[in-house]
Design a protein. Sequence first.
Length: 398
Amino acid sequence: MQKKHHYIPLIGSLYVNYLFQGIATIAIAQNQDFFQAQWSASLSQVTLVISALGLGRIISLNLSGWFSDRFGRKKTVLLGVLSYILFFIGILFTRDFRWAFVATIFGGIGNAFLDTSTYPIVVEAYPSESDNSSLSVLNKSFISIGQFILPFVTRWVIQSDFYFGWPFVVCALCLGMNFFFLSKFRYPSVQAKAIIEKEENTTSRKAWSAEGAALMIFSFVSVSLFNIFILWIPTYSETILKISKENSPLFVSVYSIGSFISVFLTSYLVRKKWDIPNLMLVCLLLTAVSMLYMIVSPSMLSVIIASIGVGCFSAGGIWQLGLALLLEFYPHHKGIVTSFYSLTTSISVMVTPYLTGLMVEKSVVYVFIYNILLALLGFLAIAVVQRRYRVLKLEKNK
């Protein structure tokens, strides 16, 4: 039998992909002005291109899951990496926002193919592990590291007056090297699906109810909160605080520090048996308060506090906590409810950039007011979940 430590290089290489996934989510936003000029596009057209990441994920999520089970994890991972290479290179060679939209769809496809292969590989490589939370932490951590690094690279490129596309080329080359390594590694065998089959064959059913709908709303809200923030905080700092263009992206790095720390903090609090709905309510409230402070009292300090606050309280794993709650409510329909939960996330990634891009054409402040309202909507949704969760716990303790 293959010992699990033999898979450490494979797992490490898989998570390196997520560093570039983190970069891909903010790469266009960090270079909006350059792409506007290259595509002769308006701001809303550039944000429409960003929304193609969500569209690519939506159209390929089911296909990638089927492909992963049918043709194997290795081919699925390699297709995911190849899709990201096409995104990073394709986006540079387009001269029209419509073709850029097509190229960006490959980024969303890469996201779906990596997710539907990486997580199963981890489970299959470590089948005896009772808790894979540490590996999930690595996933979020690598995404945060990518989002931390890129703003500094963007700042250096602007100050050095280099071609803005060099970071895209470097990302494509690094992914090409990782593609080579991933093609050489030995992968774990696919495990039997006895548990899944048992769940699918069960006769126990539960009607879709208020807590399910509330958690779908939360899924949309939680992803929107941090995506909106990292997309528009550079513009806010340039417009309201008159920060220079090369320094404004650094607030995304501040955000990523909060996100990185929060991943481990959230994991610790959950292990300490904190009430999950209460923890989520606190996170949503503090997210809203931090952004409200930034709008009411715009200053360097308030923007830094908001960046850390949003990173810490909205991007540190509360989306995963919401999924965990959903699976507790619907233990016999894990596959279908997870698909719906991921679908609402993809819809957010697709809709939010374009919608907020229209708002920014009037005022960037409107975007953050909208984000605060989303946080409050999420708070109300989890308040509903909290009440139902108490009932669920009472039923389990009977």
